[in-house]
Design a protein around this ligand. Structure first.
Ligand SMILES: [Zn+2]
Length: 103
């Protein structure tokens, strides 16, 4: 705790078992099916697997539903940010066009 990086996600911690080997290389296991993944247990990666993990769905359905909800919230936030981005760009180009025709 408090060693930098993203703050721990309590749900994420329930979905994977994190490991760091003697060389400091990170990996994590799906707690349900035991799939080993190399690298940091990033939110997108862990939830990307958990929401599709059939073993998790069968053995820990409540956790699986929570994971689906959590990843859904995350992608909605990303979509909203993209929409804002596009809206800002349209606003800018719209202003430019208006100036062009008015003058
Ligand atoms: Zn799994």
């Amino acid at each position: 705790m408090g060693q930098g990086g993203a703050p721990g996600n309590p749900l994420l911690a329930q979905l994977v078992d994190k490991h760091v080997d003697s060389e400091g290389k990170r990996s994590y296991l799906c707690i349900a099916c035991g799939t080993l993944k190399k690298g940091n247990a990033a939110f997108d990666h862990v939830f990307g697997h958990a929401t599709k993990c059939e073993v998790l769905e069968k053995t820990a359905r409540e956790l699986w539903i929570e994971a689906r909800q959590a990843s859904g919230q995350s992608s909605i936030r990303v979509q909203l940010e993209r929409i804002e981005d596009v809206a800002n760009k349209n606003l800018e180009s719209g202003t430019l066009k208006q100036n062009g025709t008015d003058w």
